[in-house]
Design a protein around this ligand. Structure first.
Ligand code: MEV
Length: 337
């Protein structure tokens, strides 16, 4: 007999002579992400390109408990849901998912852990929320589409980032390269030829909320200048999309350089980002730029497979706290499966 309520299942198992005791739990995981082109302008309705990064992950588990608890393993922090601050994104992910599943949020413990650097431009907040949403839905035996996962995690993103575009939670929910426009369903990004990137963590945490807020304030002062910069970013994004769908991804390099210049003009770059971009180019990268919120966080460099290790080593020697070499594999433009 299938019992849909996990606590009832738990008691049935622990008190039944027939069924051996089995812990009943829900599991969820999520990957990280990088923005290839178009961060910040995407907040203002321009398109952006993003890809999942499977080398870093967040995991969540839900188990029956006495009361309601959140255990954030990376921070060695366990606290009662009732004590969570109003803006707690994990509490929000639990609330919206339990409402979606039509189940009370009662007598359970959420445990989360992640290998994604916090405030590092790799989508840590969105990934942890995604893992939580998936774990709680799994606990209740509810299957979720990527669209629903993205919609539920967006509620946590709003608490974390203020005015997010929705690109981080969407690429993480779909786990596919996407073309994203705020408020629209994502479109699969066709990748004709695989290409290799080195991702370098500057080690400087930079909350997206701050850089997004600063861009908003600067745009309020100089709307025409900022809208012109966003229009230039859009042109680069469209050109990059065409190149990625074509046969010569090496020609993305100059576009990455141009996007980096525009991010500098938007005021979201920092000396560490620019230094790592220079080192990447000097050691053979075809182009480099910051990725995500900026002012620290991550830098991405386009490399040939042969140059990847050399560029990664040079970036580490220049101060990157961690490097990841990742291949963006060929993808059809077909519908999301
Ligand atoms: C963060 O990964 C990307 C930003 O454009 C913010 C957003 O789109 O919500 C900086």
């Amino acid at each position: 007999m299938r019992q849909s309520d996990p606590l009832a299942r738990y008691f049935m198992q622990t008190h039944s002579n027939e069924a051996a005791w089995q812990p009943v739990q829900g599991e969820g995981a999520a990957v990280g992400k990088i923005i290839l082109f178009g961060e910040h302008a995407v907040v203002y309705g321009k398109p952006a390109l993003a890809v999942p990064v499977g080398a870093v992950t967040a995991r969540a588990t839900i188990r029956p408990a006495q009361g309601e608890w959140i255990h954030a393993q990376n921070f060695s922090r366990r606290y009662a849901l009732a004590q969570a601050i109003e803006r707690d994104p994990l509490a929000q992910a639990l609330r919206v998912t339990s409402a979606y599943c039509g189940q009370p949020l009662r007598n359970l413990e959420l445990t989360v852990s992640s290998t994604i650097p916090v405030a590092g431009g790799l989508g840590s907040g969105a990934a942890v929320a995604t893992a939580t949403v998936r774990a709680l839905a799994d606990y209740h035996g509810v299957a979720l589409t990527p669209e629903t996962v993205a919609a539920l995690t967006f509620e946590s993103e709003k608490l974390l980032h203020g005015t997010p575009s929705g690109i981080d939670n969407t690429v993480i929910a779909y786990e596919r390269p996407i073309v994203f426009v705020k408020g629209e369903p994502p479109v699969p990004l066709r990748v004709a030829q695989p290409f290799t990137l080195v991702i370098a963590d500057t080690g400087v945490p930079s909350p997206t909320r701050v850089t997004v807020g600063d861009v908003a304030a600067a745009r309020a002062r100089e709307p025409e200048r900022f809208d012109a910069l966003f229009a230039e970013v859009e042109a680069l994004v469209l050109a990059a999309r065409a190149i990625i769908a074509g046969s010569d991804p090496a020609s993305l390099g100059p576009l990455m350089e141009a996007n980096q210049r525009l991010l500098e003009a938007l005021g979201v770059s920092a000396e560490i980002n620019e230094r790592l971009c220079v080192v990447a180019r000097q050691t053979g990268a075809l182009g480099a730029k910051l990725s995500g919120g900026g002012r620290g966080g991550n830098v991405i460099a386009l490399v040939t497979p042969e140059a990847a290790a050399r560029v990664a080593e040079a970036l580490a020697a220049a101060g990157a706290k961690r490097t990841i070499i990742t291949e963006i594999g060929a993808q059809a433009a077909g519908p999301f499966g």
